[in-house]
Design a protein around this ligand. Structure first.
Ligand SMILES: [Zn+2]
Length: 456
């Protein structure tokens, strides 16, 4: 197995074209016919609406198939089997698979709710490698010799999540050496094995990269990395954070999303962030919807909405599943020349805040705070006195000042940050400045909220 086994240049060159859109509908109809026989749920849904699987239109599809969050999608098989069935049997019922065909049984971390299961059959693992190969091709400008030189330090949590063991399996399939330390190993081991095993590509959350930089800046700079690929939370898309990580490690930073169902989003190396290129529109359909009403939002340059994915390959039937991410899409060609429309993640539907009707996401606040470095460390917390999204003004926050400023400057710094947030985000917070390293650091995903209402 190697990169060549999985990468299809013919498809890569026509991504985001009218030809692929035609192919999507063709595939959707074939998949509907296939699952009409195989999955009782799909049969019930289509029969209820009098839809002939081989003739389904995109409009009918959107009407017939409701949007579900990842975990709900897995559970929708439940009604087909007994109440006490385990989730493997539920997914087997939904997909029409023999349970033993699921070769890798994983789930999301559950940081923002219950963990969502996702399982890989052999075919699913093949598609994951296919999608990922396209991302590596884009990042290396098609230079396969460069791809052969990659040596990956896996710094995401290894346990359960898609970026963990499934990603390790994907690197192996693509013929890329991988060092599976995992976030559980701790940053000391990540430093140690990057140095000792000569890794040149770090695969981790931006929180972990930032933590490495904050705690061991000199060692980070001399690691000899060529690239950090981040995911699971906004990183490369926040200009101040991108600058901090790229300068701090003296390497390139990109962000990526996907893997499951062959979905691959990856950002290119343009100086100004252009969003993540979508490199899998033959493998999955992407839609945008309103986060509250789930109404369809036309897919136009600059449109903002909640992202919904429909797999067109692998074991999952063509259901509409959302990770809850709120994104902006860019359909005009990218300056880098790579194919695929792009998207920028601006928040998650479950971390959205509304302050006097103004919508604000922690990722946007993160950008403003990081812009005040080196006077701040970059760490902050949003104090919530009631369950989100509603926030009674003012929005209360704790922000860490750094060791680089003296006490007399602290209160004017907090005023400066409050003003900057008012200008950039239209929200004027009330900030309490706190000493360096007094806020807990995450090495997996940063939790921006302190939920005061849960303590009372
Ligand atoms: Zn680009």
């Amino acid at each position: 197995m190697s990169f060549k086994t999985y990468f299809q240049k013919d498809m890569y060159d026509i991504l985001n074209s009218e030809k692929v859109k035609g192919l999507q509908l063709e595939k959707l109809r074939l998949r509907m016919q296939h699952f009409y026989v195989k999955s009782l749920l799909i049969k019930i849904v289509l029969d209820a609406m009098d839809i002939v699987p081989s003739e389904i239109t995109m409009e009918q599809f959107r009407k017939a198939v409701p949007i579900r969050l990842q975990r709900e999608a897995a559970e929708s098989g439940a009604s087909m089997v007994s109440d006490d069935a385990n989730i493997v049997d539920q997914l087997a019922s939904l997909t029409g698979e023999d349970p033993q065909n699921f070769k890798l049984l994983c789930s999301t971390s559950g940081t923002t709710g219950d963990p969502s299961p996702y399982f890989f059959t052999e075919e699913d693992l093949e598609y994951a490698a296919q999608g990922f190969s396209r991302g590596l091709y884009l990042l290396n400008n098609g230079d396969e010799e460069k791809i052969k030189q990659l040596r990956v330090l896996q710094g995401f949590a290894l346990s359960m999540v898609g970026a963990g063991l499934p990603a390790v399996e994907t690197f192996i399939r693509l013929g890329i050496p991988v060092i599976p330390v995992g976030a559980e190993g701790g940053t000391e081991k990540i430093f140690y094995f990057t140095e000792k095993f000569g890794a040149n590509f770090l695969f981790c959350t931006p929180s972990l990269a930032e933590y490495m930089l904050d705690t061991q800046p000199d060692r980070s700079k001399s690691l000899g990395l060529n690239r950090i690929m981040c995911g699971a939370e906004p990183g490369a898309g926040i200009p101040e954070l991108r600058e901090k990580i790229q300068t701090g490690f003296n390497c390139k930073l990109c962000d990526a999303m996907g893997l499951v169902w062959g979905v691959m989003f990856v950002s290119c190396d343009e100086d100004e962030y252009q969003g993540m290129h979508f490199l899998s529109d033959d493998l999955a359909i992407v839609e945008l919807v309103d986060p509250d009403s789930h109404a369809h939002i036309p897919f136009e340059n600059g449109a903002i909405g909640q992202i919904v994915l429909t797999p067109l390959v692998g074991s999952m039937p063509p259901i509409r599943v959302s990770s809850g991410d709120i994104v902006q899409v860019f359909t005009d060609p990218c300056k880098c020349g790579a194919p695929g429309w792009r998207m920028k993640v601006i928040g998650r539907s479950d971390d959205m805040l509304k302050v006097k009707g103004v919508v604000v996401y922690p990722a946007a606040i993160d950008g403003v705070i990081t812009g005040f470095a080196p006077r701040v460390t970059g760490a902050f917390k949003i104090l919530l006195e009631e369950p989100p999204p509603r926030v009674s003004p003012p929005l209360k926050m704790k922000v860490e000042y750094s060791e680089e400023i003296n006490e007399a400057e602290i209160s004017s710094l907090s005023k400066e940050i409050e003003n900057e947030m008012h200008v950039k985000l239209k929200v004027r917070p009330q900030i309490e400045m706190v000493p360096p390293m007094s806020i807990d650091r995450a090495t997996y995903k940063t939790n921006f909220f302190e939920k005061l209402y849960e303590d009372t």
